[in-house]
Write a new protein. Structure first.
Length: 77
């Protein structure tokens, strides 16, 4: 097992999305994950961009903003 698996496996097991996965399957998935840390104000991606990632937040919080009709950011989640 890689260090990433050691970090990501337990995190994934805490997510309801993965609750029906077998533990071995979660560990296998965790081997392919990139773990990242961020700081307040970091942007994961911008509205309209193609995303190639699935994010699981282990600690902290993420705000989801969308631009309104006038182009002003609006908190939606």
């Amino acid at each position: 097992m890689t260090n990433q698996t050691n970090e990501a496996g337990p995190l994934l097991r805490q997510c309801s999305f993965f609750q029906d996965f077998r533990p071995d399957d979660v560990d296998t998935l965790a081997q392919y994950l990139d773990t990242r840390s961020g700081v307040r104000g970091d942007v994961l991606y911008f509205e309209g961009e193609d995303s190639d990632a699935f994010y699981v937040v282990g600690q902290g919080r993420v705000e989801l903003l969308m631009n309104d009709e006038d182009g002003h950011p609006r908190l939606v989640g």
